[in-house]
Design a protein around this ligand. Structure first.
Ligand SMILES: [Zn+2]
Length: 74
């Protein structure tokens, strides 16, 4: 589960580093629907499953942060 927090590195690459009015999903390269699709595929092999779950949990948490902002994703 700790693996998902590695994606926070992606947040550090963002400029500005933190913007409370910004939705992380689709903003960071590792937070796009493409990336999420890849994480879903990683659920398949038992070897990468733990990582995939961590990544997907991270995406869900970022998404939940978007909701109070009134950001509705397509
Ligand atoms: Zn994130």
């Amino acid at each position: 589960m700790v693996a998902g927090f590695a994606l926070d590195l992606d947040h550090l690459l963002a400029t500005p580093m933190f913007d409370p009015n910004r939705c992380s999903i689709n903003f960071h390269p590792l937070h796009t629907y493409w990336a999420i699709g890849i994480y879903a595929l990683l659920l398949w092999p038992a070897r990468t499953r733990v990582w995939a779950i961590g990544f997907l949990v991270h995406m869900v948490l970022d998404y939940l942060e978007c909701l109070p902002l009134g950001v509705y994703l397509p």
